[in-house]
Design a protein around this ligand. Sequence first.
Ligand SMILES: CCCCC/C=C\C/C=C\C/C=C\CCC(=O)SCCNC(=O)CCNC(=O)[C@H](O)C(C)(C)COP(=O)(O)OP(=O)(O)OC[C@H]1O[C@@H](n2cnc3c(N)ncnc32)[C@H](O)[C@@H]1OP(=O)(O)O
Ligand SMILES: Cc1cc2nc3c(=O)[nH]c(=O)nc-3n(C[C@H](O)[C@H](O)[C@H](O)COP(=O)(O)OP(=O)(O)OC[C@H]3O[C@@H](n4cnc5c(N)ncnc54)[C@H](O)[C@@H]3O)c2cc1C
Length: 670
Amino acid sequence: MERIMDHLAHERSKAQFSVEEMKIIWAGSLHAFQVSDRIARLVASDPGFRKDNRAVLSRKELFKSALRKAAYVWKRINELALSEEEASWLRFYVDELAYAYIHWGMFVPAIKGSATEEQQQKWLPLANNMQIIGTYAQTELGHGSNVRGLETTATFDQETDEFIIHSPTLTSSKWWPGGLGKVATHAVVYARLITDGQDYGVHGFLVQIRSLDDHFPLPGVTVGDIGMKFGSGAFNSIDNGFLRFNHVRIPRNQMLMKVSRVTRQGKYVESNVPKQLLYGAMVYVRQIIVADASIALSRAVCIATRYSAVRRQFGPPHEDENGKGVETQVIDYKTQQSRLFPLLASAYAFRFVGEWLKWLYTDLIQKLEANDFSTLPEAHACTAGLKSLTTSAAADGIKECWKLCGGHGYLSSSGLPELYAAFVPACTYEGDNIVLLLQVSRFLMKTISQLQTGKKPIGTTAYMAHVEHLIQCRCTVQKAEDWLNPSVILEAFEARAIRLSVACAENLTKFATPLQGFSELSPDLVEAAVAHCQLIVVSKFIEKLQQNIEGNGVKQQLETLCNIYCLNLIHKHLGDFLSTGSISPKQASLASDQLRSRYSKLRSNVIALVDAFNYTDHFLGSVLGRYDGNVYPKLYEEAWKDPLNDSIVPDGYHEYIQPLLKQQLQNARL
Ligand SMILES: CCCCC/C=C\C/C=C\C/C=C\CCC(=O)SCCNC(=O)CCNC(=O)[C@H](O)C(C)(C)COP(=O)(O)OP(=O)(O)OC[C@H]1O[C@@H](n2cnc3c(N)ncnc32)[C@H](O)[C@@H]1OP(=O)(O)O
Ligand SMILES: Cc1cc2nc3c(=O)[nH]c(=O)nc-3n(C[C@H](O)[C@H](O)[C@H](O)COP(=O)(O)OP(=O)(O)OC[C@H]3O[C@@H](n4cnc5c(N)ncnc54)[C@H](O)[C@@H]3O)c2cc1C
């Protein structure tokens, strides 16, 4: 036991940089670090937020426990008079999915984004004080991705000045909204607006669905939970629900009227803001999900890295720091490094691109407030594309981390199965990842076609202005060290991205209609979108390194991580880089040489690099990822806690095992 604890301490002593300074870089600022650190400790030390029994709770117990915690969170927020920032850290570290995620994450943003000032003044105080609990009811049984295909109707009745909300078919039943099944009192419902017999397409409406007195569904409302979801714990603490309306009436002023409105006379009036602002809540949440992806991936990487330093298998006996003969730490196997270190680098890369995306979103909101809608298409493409890229990579990465921990990774107590089950739906919710990449490719094709009209591409597409150079340029790498030059890396990624996009644009012209071309070429378009999004992540990592980064050795570690992130992408997508002629086979081989050498350079710092995430053992929720590395005794202790070990002879022995054994005995005697 002592040896293992010493072992991680020894790993920490090998770090070549200031972990404390890296913690600040990871958090985003000294202030963010201090607040998040304080709240993380507060949560970890409060028995009311215990979560180690989650995997063995039944669905009903789990749901009730999530309700209890959500109420307790609200109580603590008020008792401690926490600021909005502190409150959101508290909800984050409690780490239990409940209705509050949707209430704060989607219901409130949807009101802020789509309601008029007057409507906000009425509804936001109620929502902010949790006097009403809201959900975001967009998806239906029949349609999720195709929002324009939603079937719920909101028909204006001029006589009573009301909308009649109705579910005309089974497939129009709302299906999936979080917090809807058993908790929400109100919902932002997306429905087809019909007035004067004309269908004006999908709009948002604020609808009360349950009584504020006894919590029963209001007349005409049928509502319930859609059932168990993948994995134990995970998303089963939340009540994703179904909802049907039978001619439910709401006042006209509960249509969210920022984008367009219906007058007392039933006239449909558009405002001067683009109709896409109706989807504003999705842009907001997608940007949050990118930050979430870096957190989910970094949790898994932290667990797998610490455990890989503790775990030993095979190898010529080494001498440890005390001169004892020991086997090889699995982290020293090159295969383990080549699977794990790129994930560590990705966690940092996603953190920085998430930080940038937050800035982009804030900038968008400021511009929208000034009636400048020019950056909306780019913000939509960036949030959609990066949500897709980072969640797919993080979900795959978490699964890889569990395999990197061998058999013990499969145990609930490793924390990895639940983390995976809780995170993998991020590839689907808030937009299926492929559907979102197709949105990016649509934006890219539009940008390319506008190049011919002389329109200058901006922001993340600015590189497209150099299309002629990027189509012709040749990568200058001659030796492995040349791959450490950021401008060489950037040019290779730009060349690959633009060549894939231009090839798609050229191929699209060969089809009878753009629609047919888009459909036939969609796999290629998705690859072009991935290449563009990876370029964004690479360029934002490189930009981060150009900032003033303080702290002993911190910048050097980030440079190594950036090199690993980029070179590993080249390695994984070699087909693209070679087929587009962005690099040569010889240069690809030099990139692999450089990648191997970066792994060796990173090796002594990896434990400190995961310590910089500053995750408490409570938040990690993993025996394998414990800070002290004391894995084996704790695994043994956890095993004893399983309810099956409550009795020595299991329940069912007398009914099912004993008769069997006795029967065999009789047979043997015969
Ligand atoms: C909550 C906290 C988060 C933290 C996470 C933690 C825990 C998670 C807990 C719970 C889960 C949380 C939330 C999940 C909630 C949901 O899933 S809500 C449902 C989300 N649904 C979707 O995302 C549906 C996906 N579909 C779409 O986005 C669109 O309908 C579509 C694919 C874009 C539709 O395409 P289409 O019909 O062709 O286009 P349309 O005519 O509708 O639009 C045309 C133009 O509008 C542009 N555009 C599309 N979307 C946006 C947007 N969001 N913003 C700005 N602009 C947009 C589009 O590019 C077109 O532009 P053109 O210029 O005409 O090309
Ligand atoms: C855990 C969870 C929580 C959720 N929470 C909410 C919520 O709070 N509120 C809410 O309204 N919704 C919620 N949803 C619903 C979610 O937003 C949708 O499931 C999601 O948008 C995907 O839509 P879909 O289910 O219709 O998938 P589909 O579109 O049916 O996807 C099925 C397959 O078809 C493919 N596909 C679809 N369209 C195309 C296309 N044009 N081209 C190529 N391939 C295509 C997809 O890639 C996918 O492989 C939640 C979902 C989950 C899993």
